[in-house]
Design a protein around this ligand. Sequence first.
Ligand code: ZN
Length: 185
Amino acid sequence: MDRKAVLVIDMLNDFVTGGLQCKRAMPIIPNIKRLLTAARKSGVPVIYVNDAHFPIDEEVVAKWGKHAMKGTKGAEVISELKPSKQDYIVEKRTYSSFYETGLDMLLRAFYKGEGVKTVILTGLHANMCIRHTSADAFFRGYKIIIAKDGVEAFTKEDYEQGLKYLKDVYNAKIVNIDQIIQELS
Ligand code: ZN
């Protein structure tokens, strides 16, 4: 067992069906759901990392408009992927799941303090939040697995270029969810 954790990034109402809708996100929902069920069963931690913006997050709001505002319906995880009681929820205010969020401290506490070695990334978007999260994971010495059929982006090009960059720069393994599940148990 190589001490994994699954991250579910920005699978929120605003990103999937709301103001920042990513139509390509629909098909990855059942895949992520399958992975989460398997992870919970194998005792692999599941961590949701969710945008939760304040109105004063000016740079992000200027770029994207108001989205995933803390405390609103748009900032909630989509109902299909509703967190279970044993899962963890971390809020972020910019692209990276690590930036000023406490995620690193959490990951290092799992497995009786031995810490997570490999992060499995799912969610949105391959070329933005997944990319910046991968960068920060890499800088901190984590191995990275990207769920090939569990991440997406606004366009096919963004998705493909996003994955290529993760593989080329952060040595991320790009793996289908069925295979990830097999390797969990
Ligand atoms: Zn945001």
